[in-house]
Ligand binder design. Structure first.
Ligand SMILES: Nc1ncnc2c1ncn2[C@@H]1O[C@H](COP(=O)(O)OP(=O)(O)OP(=O)(O)O)[C@@H](O)[C@H]1O
Ligand SMILES: [Mg+2]
Length: 506
């Protein structure tokens, strides 16, 4: 269907007159034919045009508004119209996509994009399904895949204002990877929303391969989270703000008492070096609070997930599951954010250690890429935190890709993350973002030039996204399927009935 005609402009700002009986939208995809093949274009702005001078238009509207004169335009569809500003996305030549370097022919018609035009968007090996291609608000029912192994090891940023669908998108991504061998996900879930205790969730995946750790009312067949205190080392606490003397004291305890260092801190066992009493007292208090420990009558009590006796194999178990390509969800909703990050830190450090060894031994190529999913990522990747020192998550962001370990950082506030780290997140899935400062942070660090897309990003609705990736030829507009609906549909179609026992599907 013809939607308009190229009338003027320049590269990156092609002006098209809209055909009066069609309607162009922000973000809409259009195709123009040129000597070099088809050019895929996208609308980034819309304005009015008229053959009648501004002064006359103002006069005519005044007569209508003030005096009730209902003057009619002669041939209104010819005289008044809408103009769209378009940018080149890519040139398509017989199913090959090449970077666009030329303008469509002058006066050429632009038409709606069709599935036939999109043959160049092929399914890569290790496909990761992101959603369907979207033209403006229209779902084109054409699945968009990215090369999952590369995308996960080079980090993903999922960003958008609250309620725009970050968690729904993440559920889709997890669902897609559960039965894939090329990747493993460790999901730290502070809202306990991914497993789906009382609603549809990852537990309903037909493969039943998701491993779930929780602390309270653990569903049958799933695991109780307990971690042995011996697993914790001072380095795992680097995401917390300890003063240099406190850090030195922790290291001194660790050197002297090895795996019993935390117990020794709490029981105030003497060190060979003298530390200020206040330093030791603050360190002890913070460790007790973080690890939920109590001390009474020269005895240590463990109230939370960290334990003196239990949980010795938890971290190795989780890591082995990940090395097999599994999906591990840890419900961290019941404890403090810092305890959640400590667990993440413990697992991430261990997996990074194992993968570094695999690299040296030459066995890394047989291992799945492991990705750590972090909600509210600025807690560990924020400028303020990182100014005080690096942590395992920032180490992964900087060098994890060499060892096939990646991050999926979810946040509403990407501007809090330093630019070097943002630039290292090679795939950004951008959901609706109204705040200009946040948009700017994403646009400045995106893989494609999104400088003209500020308005489009601000106006993205729930479930609409733009994917900018080093592994995509252009910034892909996508529609994210609604997880709950899709899973319900699957049940109906494929009869995964038994996996929904006890879940109300209406
Ligand atoms: N792709 C989608 N299609 C239809 N509705 C959606 C979609 N994504 C999200 N929604 C709706 O928006 C609601 C909020 O989505 P979600 O919880 O994913 O937002 P969020 O970005 O994670 O928010 P927060 O920042 O608060 O965590 C969902 O419960 C759902 O009703
Ligand atoms: Mg969310």
């Amino acid at each position: 269907m013809i939607k308009g005609q190229v009338i003027s402009g320049r590269f990156g700002e092609i002006i098209v007159r809209q055909k009066s009986d069609s309607e162009l939208e922000l973000g809409e995809l259009l195709v123009a034919d040129s000597n070099n093949g088809k050019i895929l274009l996208q609308v980034f702005d819309l304005i009015y045009g008229s053959q009648i001078s501004q002064q006359n238009l103002e006069l005519i509207s005044g007569m209508k508004l003030e005096e009730g004169n209902n003057l009619e335009f002669m041939e209104p569809h010819l005289r008044n119209y809408k103009l769209a500003l378009l940018k080149n996305l890519i040139t398509i030549n017989a199913n090959n996509a090449i970077s666009s370097k030329n303008l469509p022919n002058f006066f050429s018609e632009v038409r709606e994009v069709t599935k036939e035009d999109l043959g160049f968007l092929t399914k890569p090996t290790s496909p990761l399904l992101i959603g369907n291609l979207r033209s403006g608000t229209k779902d084109m029912n054409f699945p968009v895949y990215l090369p999952g192994d590369k995308v996960f090891s080079h980090h993903i940023l999922i960003t958008g204002t609250t309620g725009k669908g970050k968690s729904v998108l993440m559920s889709n991504l997890i669902w897609d990877t559960v039965d894939k061998e090329y990747c493993a996900l460790l999901v730290l879930d502070p809202h306990d929303e991914y497993y789906g205790r009382n609603k549809i969730g990852l537990k309903d995946h037909p493969t039943k391969k998701v491993v779930y750790y929780s602390t309270q009312n653990v569903p049958t067949g799933e695991r109780t989270l307990k971690i042995n205190l011996k697993e914790v080392k001072p380095e795992h606490l680097s995401f917390m703000e300890f003063s240099p003397p406190q850090n030195q004291a922790m290291n001194a305890y660790h050197r002297k008492f090895k795996k019993e260092w935390i117990e020794s801190v709490i029981l105030e066992k003497p060190l060979n070096v003298e530390f200020n009493e206040a330093t030791l007292a603050v360190m002890k208090r913070r460790l007790m609070f973080l690890l939920d420990l109590d001390f009474d009558d020269n005895q240590l009590f463990c109230n939370g997930i960290f334990d003196i006796k239990a949980g010795e194999t938890t971290i190795p178990d989780i890591c082995s599951e990940l090395e097999k390509g599994g999906t591990v969800i840890i419900d961290t909703s019941n404890f403090s954010g810092q305890a959640e990050l400590l667990i993440g830190s413990l697992v991430a450090s261990e997996i990074l250690r194992r993968y570094k060894r695999h690299k040296i031994q030459g066995t890394l190529k047989d291992k799945p890429v492991v990705s750590v999913v972090l909600e509210e990522a600025p807690r560990v990747l924020g400028k303020e935190v990182l100014e005080k020192g690096s942590n395992v998550f920032s180490t992964i962001a900087r060098e994890g890709r060499k060892f096939k370990v990646g991050l999926v950082a979810i946040t509403q506030l990407p501007s809090l993350i330093p630019r070097v780290i943002l630039a290292n997140m090679n795939t950004k899935i951008i959901l609706g973002t109204e705040m200009n400062s946040e948009r700017q942070a994403i646009i400045e660090s995106a893989a494609q030039d999104l400088s003209a897309d500020g308005r489009a990003i601000a106006s993205l609705d729930k479930g609409e996204a733009i994917v900018s990736s080093n592994f995509a030829r252009f910034a892909l507009p996508v529609h994210i399927p609604f997880f709950d609906e899709e899973v319900k549909k699957l049940v109906k179609e494929k009869g995964f009935k038994q996996s929904f026992e006890g879940v109300k599907l209406g």
